[in-house]
Design a protein around this ligand. Structure first.
Ligand code: HEM
Length: 441
């Protein structure tokens, strides 16, 4: 069975383009081969067929997980995420885990976390003066938010301890040599080898997490208003309480899924705002609907993840094309969110497109959180977090540090601004106050 056409360049070149200039690479593939197109990179063992039109995206999201599992695509995070991680499971096991994890993400709950997120954002943004590399700062902030709001870490010492362990682990996870070592060597050649360093970092991290769980179990009430408190209180259909291992894997899935993605999106938010003073000015007026439009537009024009892939186990038909087992099919988030035929002035950062009478385009073309049974479980949290941080940031006056806009490069799973979102912050302004906005969307 022939695969749809795609670049003839060797996989190594496609991988380099995929890593270093993912936006340009995807744009060129789409311009040259249209839809569907097949790319070959070392990102996945199999060739990947990309779709981006709403009907095809719907078909990908509706694929039966028994025929097209998604857990396989996260396989490389298994050594950190753990075998029970929602990221890796498929079918019934996945749905079961998803039901447990979705509980704490409901609307009312999200509203209750917003003031803490706004306070943490304010504490961070207070110090911003002159040149700031927003990505670095947002990685710190989103980690702090996860540690306090999700993990329930309450005092500064606990936060600092967890942060150190996580930094060690994430530093090894983020480096490309580590990924290659994982794929190729995956052998412990001593504590100084990439794999050995990674294993030691995970062991230390786990020890810290199990201590946190032990403290929470020993002193109920201690972090009841955190997500961990809610996850611990969960009972499955048989009334069973979650084990420490299960909770550990849930927390790590929230960390893996929620840290870099939110940090990248926020960094893009700063990069874009700095180049659009009129948007900053309107944001400062404090209209929650406009803030919501800005959040949606940042997620559209710079989605942190580029694909939502599924691995085919059987032949399937998508958009009239039969595809063989053993290939990856992906809803291409990046292309869907920027198709000129679906989005007027697709390359323009234009929050106003979300306001007014004109209905936003087909919802299947705004898919920064993926879709179907794998849609991002943390989406309500992410939207609340981005909204709160940008609302607090609306008190600042931002300018770009250099005239040329930043392009996207890949940092592990997510796309980040290639200079880290360098912005200049006017010293005379200060973050907006911490009153939270009504939750929209
Ligand atoms: C702007 C921020 C975020 C973006 C762009 C994003 C995007 C995504 C995408 C595209 C997927 C895969 C969906 C699919 O395959 O169809 C996903 C899955 C997931 N995300 Fe997010 N995410 C964000 C923030 C978060 C946050 C804050 C959390 C948790 C606190 C989180 C937790 C997860 C989890 C656990 C999954 C796996 C869901 C499953 O397999 O059922 N994400 N995310």
């Amino acid at each position: 069975m022939d695969l749809p056409p795609g670049p003839a360049a060797p996989a190594i070149w496609q991988t380099i383009a995929w890593m270093t200039r993912p936006g340009g690479f995807l744009r060129r593939v789409h311009a040259r081969f249209g839809e569907p197109a097949t790319i070959r990179t070392y990102w996945t063992e199999q060739p990947m067929v990309l779709f981006s039109s709403p009907d095809a995206v719907r078909a990908v999201f509706r694929l039966d997980p028994a025929v097209a599992p998604a857990g396989q695509s996260w396989e490389f995070v298994r050594p950190f995420a753990g075998p029970h991680s929602i990221l890796l499971l498929d079918g019934e096991e996945h749905l079961h885990e998803r039901r447990l994890m979705q509980g704490p993400f409901h609307g009312e709950r999200m509203r209750s976390f917003a003031p803490m997120v706004a306070d943490l954002a304010r504490a961070e943004l207070m110090s911003w003066r002159g040149r700031v590399v927003a990505l670095e700062r947002m990685r710190e902030l989103t980690l702090e938010i996860i540690l306090r709001v999700v993990f329930g870490a309450s005092d500064d010492e606990e936060v600092a301890g967890l942060r150190r362990r996580i930094d060690d682990t994430l530093a090894t996870v983020r480096s490309l040599p580590w990924v290659l070592a994982m794929a190729v060597v995956r052998r412990d050649l001593g504590p100084r080898s990439p794999w050995g360093r990674f294993r030691v970092a995970v062991e230390r991290f786990d020890a810290m997490l199990f201590e946190l769980l032990a403290r929470q179990r020993a002193e109920p009430g201690r972090a009841d208003d955190s997500m961990l408190g809610l996850l611990i209180a969960q009972r499955d259909e048989d009334g069973q309480v979650p084990s420490d291992q299960q909770l550990r894997d849930e927390l790590v899935a929230l960390l893996v899924g929620g840290h870099d993605s939110s940090a990248a999106t926020l960094a893009w938010g700063f990069e874009l705002l700095a180049r659009h003073p009129a948007v900053q000015a309107r944001l400062r007026e404090g209209d929650p609907a406009y803030l919501d439009a800005v959040v949606k537009e940042v997620l559209r024009i710079r989605p942190a993840l580029t694909i939502a892939p599924r691995l085919l186990r059987e032949p399937v038909q998508i958009a009239g094309r039969t595809l063989p087992p053993g290939v990856q099919v992906a809803a291409c988030i990046w292309l869907a969110c920027r198709r000129e035929d679906l989005w007027p002035q697709a390359n323009r950062f234009w929050p106003e497109r979300w306001l007014g009478q004109d209905a936003p385009p087909n919802p299947l073309s705004w898919i920064p959180f993926g879709g179907g049974v794998r849609r991002c479980v943390g989406a309500p949290f992410a939207e609340m977090e981005i909204r709160e941080v940008l609302r607090v940031a609306s008190g600042l006056t931002l300018r770009p540090a250099r005239p040329d806009p930043e392009r996207a490069r890949r940092s592990m799973l997510v796309l980040v601004p290639h200079r880290g979102a360098e912005v200049l912050v006017d010293p005379s302004a200060s973050p907006a106050d911490t009153r939270t906005s009504p939750l929209v969307g």
